[in-house]
Design a binder for this molecule. Structure first.
Ligand code: NAD
Length: 442
């Protein structure tokens, strides 16, 4: 017999990548979910069956749960709070100019919850926040809650990855729950009961730190690999062989040992900075994190240098670009490595013709008129002096190389994601540059 799980009424404040995916997944596992956002257009679109972001499988899952009446959307926070036992805060925490996390959206959401709650509520922070934010959320709620209502504050960081977000939410490596008491722990365990994964119960501050430490550690792995890739280039070794030999060691692991143009996206850059700045505030200079950032920036600069070396002069050249999004299967352009790379090439006078399967619209916001958009990967190549690969989309994995070669003016491929084998590319007649694999120094 199928086990019956407790069904809860919950709300998510913030219907962005995390709020929308987590909310629909919570509905999928049986809870009643209200998604709140103060962006009226976003909510209007969702109400009409539209999806404001690209995420594989999301549209169908939203439709299914709206139809089952477990999922609804609103801009009315008061109604959502009053109808729910627990409220997730899933708002954005972007970086400030000084690297600190901008917590004004979290503070705003906490205040609105406090002002509208009419009975005991569990307030769950899902946004990625610096350690001790839960404490401040608790104080804010006490300050603005005139009815003296009881609250529990929980930290429940999210580890989903854009592009595989639904799968990640429903099949996580772990569920982290930072709580202050058994009452909140029981509720959180009930909420996640249908998901089979280890549940790590900690205090609130430790849960907050787990998220920052995990993301910073992963960024560190990539930066470390890129530093080793540079040594490979300078010494004539091969980064693929080095990382294979490293990753087979279970203590190291294979994941996140891929050399390339570095990490980007909406999380790593801001989380590494926020972790570094909160460490500073607490009185610890986390120099390692500063270096992790520096190596990442260098990886992008070295890649531009590779393009310049390959083309000699970039001014007046046409460069075809495959991929703009910070990684495949997403349209997210926030802090994509493609942005500084293209900006530099554009500044130097190159003409950029780019193709990305999903990120054309989103990239217009950051790159504007610096890029001409092609309708397909092949039309981008027409009369281009070189092909530059910036995102390893599946679509680019098996191109028609004949077509590529005949479209390009010069058969030059500069691959920032190490998608192809250097020997094979040379056999196909290309001058192929990649990261840490050609033994050439610059
Ligand atoms: P997002 O910008 O896509 O979405 C945030 C949403 O919150 C927006 O739609 C915004 O309109 C809404 N919002 C802000 N203040 C509000 C308020 N007071 N009332 C109602 N709505 C409000 O951001 P995101 O990518 O979903 O990230 C949210 C948090 O989750 C961040 O802290 C992020 O670091 C973290 N996170 C993100 C990912 C990811 O892959 N995107 C993964 C794990 C964790």
């Amino acid at each position: 017999m199928k086990k019956q799980h407790v069904q809860h009424n919950i709300a998510f404040i913030g219907a962005g990548y995390v709020g929308l995916v987590s909310g629909v997944c919570m509905a999928e596992i049986g809870h009643n979910v209200i998604l709140v956002d103060n962006n009226k257009e976003k909510i209007a679109k969702l109400k009409k069956g539209g999806i404001p972001i690209f995420e594989p499988g999301l549209e169908d899952l939203v439709k299914k749960n709206v139809k089952a009446k477990r999922l609804s959307f609103t801009t009315d926070i008061k109604q959502a709070v009053q109808k729910s036992d627990a409220i997730f805060i899933a708002v954005n925490t972007p970086p400030l100019a000084n690297g600190k996390a901008d917590l004004s959206y979290v503070a705003g959401a906490a205040r609105e919850i406090a002002e509208t709650a009419d009975a005991y509520k569990i307030v769950i922070d899902k946004s990625t926040v610096p350690v001790k934010t839960g404490e401040r959320v608790g104080k804010t709620i006490k300050q603005y809650n005139k009815r003296n209502i009881d609250f529990d504050i929980v930290s429940n960081p999210e580890f989903l990855r854009e592009g595989t977000a639904i799968h990640d939410f429903l099949n996580p490596d772990r569920i982290v729950i930072g709580v202050e008491n058994k009452r909140a722990e029981k509720f959180m365990k009930e909420l996640y009961a249908p998901i089979k994964a280890p549940v790590i119960v900690t205090d609130v501050k430790s849960a907050e730190l787990i998220k920052h430490a995990s993301n910073s550690f992963l960024a560190m792995k990539i930066s470390f690999t890129n530093a080793v890739a540079r040594i490979c280039e300078l010494s004539g070794a091969n980064i693929d062989q080095v990382t294979e030999g490293m990753g087979i060691d279970k203590r190291i692991g294979k994941a996140f040992l891929k050399a390339g143009i570095g990490w980007g996206g909406s999380c790593f850059p801001k989380d590494v900075s926020a972790f570094d700045t909160i460490a500073d505030e607490l009185g610890y200079n986390f120099g390692l994190l500063k270096e992790v950032h520096k190596i990442n920036k260098q990886a992008q600069e070295l890649f531009v240098q590779k393009i310049e070396d390959a083309l000699w002069v970039t001014k007046g050249k046409t460069i075809a670009v495959w991929g703009l999004a910070f990684k495949p299967n997403t349209d997210d352009m926030r802090n994509a490595p493609s942005i500084p790379i293209i900006e530099k090439l554009h500044k130097d006078g190159a003409k950029i013709v780019a193709y990305d399967p999903k990120a054309e619209e989103t990239s217009k916001e950051s790159l504007g008129k610096k890029v001409t958009y092609a309708k397909s990967m092949y039309t981008a190549l027409k009369k281009a002096d070189a092909l530059v690969i910036l995102t390893d989309w599946e679509e680019f994995k098996n191109p028609d190389w004949e077509k590529v070669r005949s479209s390009l003016t010069n058969p030059i491929v500069i691959d920032g994601r190490n998608m192809f084998e250097p020997d094979e590319m040379e056999k196909k007649g290309f001058v192929y540059h990649s990261i840490g694999r050609n033994g050439k120094s610059h």
